[in-house]
Write a protein of this length. Structure first.
Length: 144
């Protein structure tokens, strides 16, 4: 976790390391690129061409854990720069507004509805009783 990829790997182009399995790299910070890469991968695999390695590169805004603030190996300015210029949600929002697919008021309404759903789910989760250990495996492997 604390070792840079360049020091730990002979090649950081992970999508090329499948030897006989083809791979593609996609910018995981671009929602539309991820969608198209997923479509391509599904088509490739379901058409009988075999497996495909899909490397989706993203930027992690925070550290790996509570003991890793994520600021010892990069600056706060770097993190802020990526958040301002490459954030997937903000970038997609700008694209759909710029293409006149939605207006700001519609997005505000969607945000409000989603926040209400999340608040409701949190309230239900906090009010619910803890699942007994004897039922935990059944909940984890529920097939419905």
């Amino acid at each position: 976790m604390g070792t840079s990829s360049e020091r730990a790997s002979a090649s950081v182009a992970y999508y090329t390391r499948g030897d006989y399995i083809p791979g593609i790299w996609v910018d995981g910070m671009d929602i539309l690129a991820v969608r198209e890469a997923a479509r391509f991968a599904i088509d490739h695999c379901t058409s009988g061409k075999g497996p495909l390695v899909l490397e989706t590169a993203t930027y992690r805004y925070s550290g790996h854990s509570m003991s890793d603030p994520g600021t010892s190996y990069r600056t706060r300015d770097e993190i802020q720069e990526v958040r301002q210029t490459r954030d997937p949600i903000t970038s997609f929002k700008e694209k759909i507004i710029g293409a006149n697919l939605v207006n700001i008021d519609e997005l505000k309404l969607i945000d409000k509805e989603i926040k209400a759903q999340i608040d409701d789910a949190v309230k239900r989760a906090k009010a619910d009783t803890e699942i007994p250990l004897s039922e935990l495996a059944g909940v984890l492997f529920k097939t419905t």
